[in-house]
Ligand binder design. Structure first.
Ligand code: SAH
Length: 246
């Protein structure tokens, strides 16, 4: 009796463990990767004294969003490195530091209505959705728009509204927006986006030539409707493309 009983007492936890792993692989995988997310978010704080990711809400948002679910499967191992990754169609998911920085600069509050131009993978939209329930995002490449829309649904981000189209023109039916983030580099700040910014609003946008020297800019509209523009730092984004208008 003594022998088999001891054997069973060892087997049972092992069996339970196996059943648990078998039943919950995604949950366990995500739990594992939380440690990687923690390490990444921690590392972003020290990248440069000028680029502190200080806002605890932004850090919590980055910890909450499983970036590996936003990249192609073969690149998932690299999802928690601080680098951009290809997402197909010549586009990229931005570097985590840039996402963190743009989100921090946007100063999103829970009641804000936020517009993102360039849905791409949907990752930045998900980060924004951790800060407010009112996120709208436009993507110009049809398959990317569909993929991101589906992915955000599957991951439970039901409130994010996505649309296919040329974000240069913004989303007039939903304007004005408290915050606008543009995640592709524009040759100039699109006037429709300035018009759709609410007084008191902020827009973060990379501006510059295609593949050339681009600058991240902060546009602020005061309560009187006057805008001021500030150049913040050199960046490199894929270009804001335009739909042919004929
Ligand atoms: N924010 C994305 C990264 C986007 S890369 C993410 O988190 O993954 C920039 C995206 O902007 C690309 O998907 C590109 O197709 C899109 N884009 C380029 N020009 C656009 C335009 N005029 N309107 C909307 N989206 C555009």
């Amino acid at each position: 009796m003594h022998g088999p009983h001891r054997y069973t007492s060892l087997l049972l936890p092992l069996l339970c463990g196996l059943i648990f792993v078998g039943l919950c692989p995604p949950a366990l995988a995500d739990a594992d990767r939380l440690a990687e997310r923690r390490a990444l978010v921690q590392s972003l704080r020290g990248v440069s004294p000028d680029l502190m990711i200080d806002d605890p809400r932004v850090r919590a948002a980055l910890l909450a969003v499983p970036r590996h679910r936003f990249v192609p499967e073969r690149l998932q191992a690299q999802a928690y490195l601080n680098k951009p990754l290809p997402i197909g169609y010549g586009q990229t998911i931005s570097q985590p530091l840039i996402v963190a920085l743009m989100t921090e600069l946007a100063e999103v509050a829970p009641h804000h209505k936020v517009l993102e131009i360039g849905t791409g993978s949907g990752y930045q939209a998900a980060v924004l959705a951790e800060l407010t329930d009112r996120v709208f995002s436009i993507e110009i490449i049809t398959p990317l728009a569909h993929q991101a829309g589906n992915r955000l649904e599957v991951l439970g981000y039901h409130r994010i509204q996505t649309r296919e189209g040329d974000g240069y023109y913004g989303w007039p039916e939903e304007a004005p927006f408290d915050r606008i983030l543009v995640t592709a580099a524009a040759a100039h700040i699109p006037p429709p986006l300035i018009r759709q910014l609410r007084p008191g609003g902020r827009m973060v946008i990379p501006v510059g030539p295609r593949w050339g020297a681009q600058t991240l800019m902060l546009v602020q509209k005061d309560e009187a409707g006057e805008t001021t523009t500030e150049s913040l730092l050199p960046v490199r984004f894929v270009p804001l493309t335009r739909q042919p208008t004929d």
